[in-house]
Design a protein around this ligand. Structure first.
Ligand SMILES: [Cu+2]
Length: 100
């Protein structure tokens, strides 16, 4: 019974961690993170101009669109693997996510 309850809590995300990644000086800070499947990543924007964050990774594909300054956007990591997140506006920005 306890195991069933635990599984339920995990799948409903109550134990999921949130990882904050700031976008500042046209850089993802930090530039690499390790997460667990089911965790969330909150993208902040501390620059005075718009950013974006997207990945082409098939299992974790997302695109947060145009992210205005001071707006937070949260995404959920869906699958294990290592993938890159980039900013469509500033091609030199790179974040490496390792999901286990
Ligand atoms: Cu950017």
């Amino acid at each position: 019974m306890k195991n069933i309850l635990l599984a339920l809590l995990v799948t409903t995300g109550l134990f999921a961690a949130n990882h904050v990644v700031d976008q500042k000086g046209k850089t993802f800070i930090p530039h690499a993170i390790s997460v667990a499947v089911g965790d969330t990543i909150t993208f902040k924007n501390s620059d005075p101009f718009a950013h974006n964050a997207y990945t082409d990774d098939e299992a974790n594909e997302f695109d947060i669109g145009m992210q205005s300054p001071k707006i937070d956007v949260k995404v959920t990591v869906k699958a294990a693997g290592t993938f890159n997140v980039e900013c469509a506006i500033h091609p030199n920005m790179l974040l490496e996510v390792t999901a286990k």
